[in-house]
Write a protein that binds this ligand. Sequence first.
Ligand code: TNX
Length: 505
Amino acid sequence: MLLPRPTRLIREAGHFALDATTGVFAPAGVADLLRELLSPATGLPLPTVGAPGDGVISLLVRDDPALGAEGYRLRVDRSGVRAVAAAEAGLRWAVQTLRQLLPDQVYAAGPVRGVPWRLPTVEIVDVPAYPWRGSLLDVARWCHPLPLLYRYVDVLAMHKLNTLHLHLTDDQGWRFEVRRYPRLTEVGGFRAASPAGHARDGRSDGVPHGGWYRQAQLRDLVAYAARRGVRIMPEIDLPGHAQAAIAAYPEFGNDPTRRLAVGTTWGISTHVLNLEPATLAAVHHILDEVVEVFPFGYVHVGGDEVPTAEWAANPAAVARATELGLPRVADLQGWWTGRLAEHLAGHGRRTAVWDELLDRGAPAGATVFAWRGTDRIDLARAAGLPVVAAPYSHTYFDWAESDDPAEPLAIAGVLPLRTVYGFQPGDVLGVQGQLWSEYLPTEQRVWWRAFPRLAALAEVGWSGPVPTDDTGAVPSGVWAEFRGRLTGQLRRLDRVGVSYRPPDD
Ligand code: TNX
């Protein structure tokens, strides 16, 4: 019934029924979350009471090394509910588990009458396998509206996913308000057109698109996510995938006399930032505002797909490479990203990068997001760097799920649900599913591609990888057990209004 599957679960006969007299004894933020998640559908007030006891839902922080930063123990019996965790984060996940133990009507947005709000008698111990369980949402290619971002956070928390990686900038749009450089959003936030159909067909829709988020809006989103135990990692993609920034500030590019437009096609722009001190200082200023809005300990500075032709043709860049004793112009990327990492370290932040940096001198201590195949995971580990497993072969949910011609247009394919569930991440910081949005212009399409694959990855991240057979496939019994629980989870997603893709088998 629970998804992700808990470490240990014992079901016994009996239940505890919530009613108008049920009280809550918990740290204030946790009690608020419980009410925020359970009261709308049940209509129950669930007031805070002064002590644990009979008929009370008690959620307590207790020192317990076995539970780690996010684990919890939960016991439901006839007399009430008692959960303990070593930190509030664990209690927040216990609240999500309590919600899953209730009938799926609890996920409805408004009151549902006539449902017995009964929790089964259970004893649960639940500790995540990996500390990083992430989901990337690309809001640069399409500026997805804030209500979608809020719902997205809700749904991540339902799956005990703890990190939203917000891809905020790219060639086709800059979505993060920077007070010091207002043109980044005023100019960089808007493009004249987008591809119609697949990018390789070369057609344009001729329809302008744009938008951006105010810092205050993002702060509110960060606070909302934090109440649910979801941290938001911002990504400012640098020094490539930055054509929108160069369109706004031509002096950031390699030819200040050239006027570029914000990108209107998908793919990799050849236009990248220059490596001049003034541009580096500007990027530092931008990051200063990023860390003000996003308190999470990691900032992602991109670094994927950076063509170096403009640097090779730029005498200042070539001279800098020589002066630094770098064998290749491309190595400037590692040097430059190292400067960003130092700057972020000054703010007490860790730097996250895409795996291309492994080939160009990754900054010491940077966390590598390995996306170009599982061998990049091994390479990052061999380099002694922490790594988040995000390979396209198992975690690119912008890919089609099947080769059925009726499948909506996708960048590539195929990534079936079963492949995701069989993912073996290895010894890594964690896992992350990617929703690049070139072909996800609407909320409907975002959900269609995200689920149920993200549910499968959430289970890999929380419960650990499942055993696979000699061919690397998920054995049928293991699959059947997951599918049963997934059906229950899809009913919950139905209640929330998530338009997922129905599973094939
Ligand atoms: C590669 S993954 C990219 C993105 C695209 C994605 C499409 C990565 C770090 N860069 O810019 O959106 O492929 O699948």
